[in-house]
Design a protein around this ligand. Structure first.
Ligand SMILES: Nc1ncnc2c1ncn2[C@@H]1O[C@H](COP(=O)(O)OP(=O)(O)OP(=O)(O)O)[C@@H](O)[C@H]1O
Length: 269
């Protein structure tokens, strides 16, 4: 294993006058008990763009992603410090209504995890929990979300069918539809295509590219081609830090840091 200089980093910063920042973290640290998994990450996520989080296994990508909508709160013995700024508010503050915040910052997990309910109910379940009762309104959201997730044409005649009868790729697009039904601003995805075959993967990628018109997306991926195909920005994580953050094109063609270059060219370690 090469000895990479962990102090040599390159973090691209936006000028907020030129680019709209949808979400920003300042010096975020995450501990699992005594293990400091994230060691001071400050990143900006540009509105209506896709940002990929890449890096070797165990470097903290998922931990960082989960901190962006406080999913680490659900894990015992976890501590998160630093600021996570969304809409001029630090959502890492104890005063935040986490349930409410997650309506704005939604998440899709690695394995498709539809509820054991119909396709229709998968999308309407959380909306009903939030008090929405109007059938026409619910129908409309089901249709719009499934269209945005590029699944409507395949399922529109069988909305009462069990979601578990869909293929893996369709289930994952249903999970994306379920997340966007809440009309979040930001969509966090943790390796959403890793359990899918290449055709389903390319459908999910197409879906994400179309979604960025309306959403800001952060995605953890192990797939370098995927990061370079779909994302506008890429952050390279290593040992709980971001070593390099820049436009995706730069990360993959002219990285500034040796560890990034080795990682993206497959010569890491
Ligand atoms: N629920 C947890 N409890 C305790 N430690 C955890 C937990 N989840 C992650 N960790 C630890 O935090 C560190 C970062 O893990 P994380 O899963 O965030 O990395 P990752 O880059 O997403 O890895 P991978 O690419 O393998 O999914 C690792 O040392 C891991 O063991």
């Amino acid at each position: 294993m090469k000895n990479y200089n962990l102090d040599e980093t390159h973090i691209y910063r936006f000028d907020p006058k030129e680019r709209q920042i949808a979400l920003e973290t300042e010096d975020v640290h995450v501990w699992y008990g005594d293990n400091e998994a994230i060691k001071g990450v400050s990143l900006q996520f540009e509105k209506n763009k896709i940002t990929s989080l890449i890096g070797p296994s165990g470097c903290g990508k998922s931990t960082y992603l989960r901190s962006l909508n406080r999913m680490n709160d659900e894990i015992d013995n976890t501590r998160v410090t630093g600021k996570i700024i969304y809409a001029n508010t630090d959502i890492n503050s104890s005063a935040i209504d986490v349930y409410e915040m997650r309506k704005h910052i939604g998440m899709v997990f690695q394995r498709p995890n539809p509820f054991s309910k119909s396709i229709y109910e998968n999308i309407t379940f959380a909306l009903k929990q939030h008090g929405m009762k109007d059938k026409n309104q619910l129908d409309e959201i089901v249709e719009t979300s499934l269209k945005q997730a590029a699944l409507w044409d395949q399922v529109k005649d069988e909305l009462n069918k069990s979601a578990l009868a869909l293929s893996g790729g369709q289930q994952q697009r249903l999970c994306i539809a379920r997340a966007i039904a809440m009309k979040p601003d930001i969509l966090l995805l943790d390796e959403p295509a890793s359990a899918l075959d290449p055709i389903s993967t390319s459908k999910v990628e197409e879906t994400l590219i179309n979604l960025k018109e309306n959403y800001t997306i952060a995605i953890v991926t192990h797939n370098m081609q995927q990061a370079s195909r779909i994302s506008d920005y890429t952050a390279f994580f290593y040992m709980g830090k971001v070593m390099e953050y820049d436009k995706t094109r730069k990360i993959f063609t002219r990285p500034k840091i040796q560890s990034t270059e080795d990682y993206v060219s497959g010569h890491f370690g």
